[in-house]
Design a protein around this ligand. Structure first.
Ligand SMILES: Nc1nc2c(ncn2[C@@H]2O[C@H](COP(=O)(O)OP(=O)(O)OP(=O)(O)O)[C@@H](O)[C@H]2O)c(=O)[nH]1
Ligand SMILES: [Mg+2]
Length: 561
């Protein structure tokens, strides 16, 4: 058995008082537990806790001045006889035909008005409610004022409806007096199906061996001893055990005194509910256990997730496009002006992915809810890698949580899987890839290229003009000479050669800078994709772990008497 259940004290508390405020705090803790695990644990496992919270709330809101005591037992044990003997009236028919009592009868000591709401809730029909108060014997009965005694049908009945009625009422009453008779006191049904189930309600359990007059007086202590031994085996050590004789007022004194004490203490309802909380907490214990709430998935699992997300988001394709786009744009800015125009005609590799183009125009991440880019869809392998990474995150996060939780953690990790592709796509579209600013050196090199090209054009123009003048028989231009070569020729050839040389020298620099741009983009994209992973996978997982921690704390508070 686990720790929390162990902490619920199993010792018989006898007349230890239950503080109403402490009980309400424990019930609040059960409520907190339920809200923490809502939607995470199977509803079927939570039914007893929900029932407790609802019943306890209602019972405490109804009269606390009344104590509802049920007489329960096998058919013919003498429940109705005891009921009538205590009421000193023939209220519930006693018969020889078995079973006799088919519906619950109630007798209220004191005015009926105050008790009616309680009896409505318990479900005793008005025609089976009786009042034990008359002017003649009012003084004798004051000690029982506030008692609502119920005569239940038989729980071992051939009539299924009787058993259902008994089971329902045993869940609602404040105290149970189990009535057994000398013939059937050792019957397995009463011990296995009922008394054993009540071991957490020992404080509100009383057992009577009725029809004691049918035994030779010397036998009574021996039968009581035998019954006590059976009760010990049932886990009911220490519960009051009395011998009664319904047909003789003297044989009722012990039971009557016990009931008077119960009524005077006004504790039965609280003790009953405290026992209910113990039962519910013990039942929930294995759902929560004592495992420490894990801190979350470890770094290795998170890194694996980020890698898988980056793959599924097409980060490698984008970073490759960034490298090519850098080369493309740098080429267009620094290349030989003669071929620059031709370069510009070729599409920008990032534009092809519908990512920010050469002007650096950023896609607005909130702009659309559908795929924003044309980054290729993840392959089947990437999708399955992502599935495995998410599962690994869930497994590591769940750690050694009790069996009911890993499923909830996995569901949480996968809960937003459907939204991931769009989120990743929007993130990729919204990430500044670092290409929007044109480096100064591009402009410088571009300027030099223009200058040398201009020189070549001037040289060409000069030469063309010289030829034209010569062709028309006009006086030739007086070309200045640079060494042996005329200046226009130097300008033309020098300009062309310088242009090609600058282009050739720039190329390795561009390649190196493009690789850096790719690495920078990779870093940014990976960081943004990790944010998406955090929001869509890790946050839901952490929420479940938080709920586990809350549930565990709440259950610990609920267990505290
Ligand atoms: N001698 C003797 N007979 C008793 C005593 N109590 C009950 N009886 C008799 O036992 C029989 C059954 O009594 P009931 O009170 O009807 O028993 P019950 O437990 O209400 O039975 P169901 O209503 O069928 O569940 C009746 O004939 C009673 O007269 C007792 O203390 N001594
Ligand atoms: Mg009866």
């Amino acid at each position: 058995m686990s720790n929390i259940a162990g902490r619920v004290r199993e010792v018989f508390r006898g007349d230890q008082r239950v503080d109403a405020d402490a009980l309400i705090a424990r019930l609040d803790a059960v409520r907190r537990f339920l809200s923490a695990v809502d939607g995470l644990l199977p509803d079927a496992d939570l039914v007893p806790a929900h029932t407790l919270v609802e019943r306890a709330g209602t019972r405490l809101a109804l009269s606390r001045d009344h104590t509802v005591v049920a007489l329960a037992g096998a058919t013919g044990s003498g429940k109705s006889s005891l009921f009538n003997a205590l009421a000193q009236l023939e209220l519930s028919p006693v018969g020889v035909r078995r079973p006799t009592t088919g519906v619950t009868h109630a007798c209220v000591w004191g005015p009926l008005e105050g008790a009616n709401h309680l009896l409505d809730w318990i479900g005793v029909l008005p025609r089976h409610r009786f009042v034990r108060e008359s002017a003649l014997d009012a003084d004798d009965e004051t000690a029982l004022h506030g008692l609502i005694l119920l005569d239940l049908p038989d729980f071992d009945s051939v009539q299924r409806s009787h058993r259902l009625e008994v089971d329902r009422l045993l869940g609602l009453v404040d105290q149970v007096v189990w009535v057994v008779d000398p013939q059937k006191y050792a019957d397995r049904v009463i011990h296995d199906s009922y008394l054993r189930e009540f071991h957490r309600h020992r404080e509100v359990t009383l057992v009577v061996l009725n029809q004691a007059d049918r035994l030779p007086p010397a036998e009574v202590p021996r039968v009581l001893d035998d019954l006590r031994r059976l009760l010990d085996t049932d886990g009911l050590t220490g519960v009051p055990l009395l011998a009664t004789t319904a047909i003789d007022p003297a044989g009722m004194v012990g039971l009557r005194n016990a009931l008077e004490r119960t009524v005077a203490e006004r504790q039965a309802a609280l003790r009953r509910l405290a026992g209910d909380v113990d039962t519910v907490v013990a039942g929930l214990d294995e759902l929560v256990g004592s495992a420490r709430p894990a801190g979350g998935p470890d770094d290795a699992a998170v890194n694996g997730l980020n890698r898988a997300l980056a793959g599924a988001a097409g980060v490698p394709a984008v970073t490759e496009a960034v490298e090519r786009a850098y080369r493309h744009r740098a080429g267009a800015a620094t290349g030989w002006p003669v071929v620059r125009g031709w370069r510009r005609l070729r599409p920008d590799p990032l534009r092809r992915l519908h990512l920010p183009g050469p002007t650096g125009d950023q896609a607005d991440p909130a702009e659309s809810l559908v795929a924003a880019t044309s980054v290729p869809d993840p392959t089947a392998a990437q999708r399955s890698a992502l599935g495995l990474a998410i599962r690994a995150v869930a497994d590591r996060a769940a750690g050694d949580l009790p069996a009911a939780w890993p499923g909830a953690v996995t569901s949480a990790a996968r809960s937003r899987l459907g939204d991931l592709p769009d989120a990743l796509d929007r993130t990729i579209a919204g990430t500044d890839l670092g290409l929007d600013r044109r480096p100064v050196w591009w402009r410088l090199v571009g300027g030099v290229q223009w200058l040398v090209t201009l020189a070549a054009v001037v040289g060409l123009g000069w030469l063309v003009l010289g030829y034209a003048l010569r062709a028309l028989g006009l006086p030739a231009l007086d070309n200045p000479m640079v060494g042996q070569v005329p200046l226009p020729t130097v300008l033309l050839l020098g300009g062309l050669l310088a242009g090609l040389l600058v282009a050739a020298l720039t190329r390795p620099v561009v390649r190196w800078a493009a690789r850096r741009a790719r690495a920078r983009a990779d870093q940014r994209l990976t960081a943004r994709v990790a944010q998406v992973g955090d929001e869509y996978v890790l946050t839901p997982v952490r929420t479940v772990l938080g709920s586990y921690a809350e549930a565990r704390d709440a259950l610990r508070d609920a267990a505290r008497r």
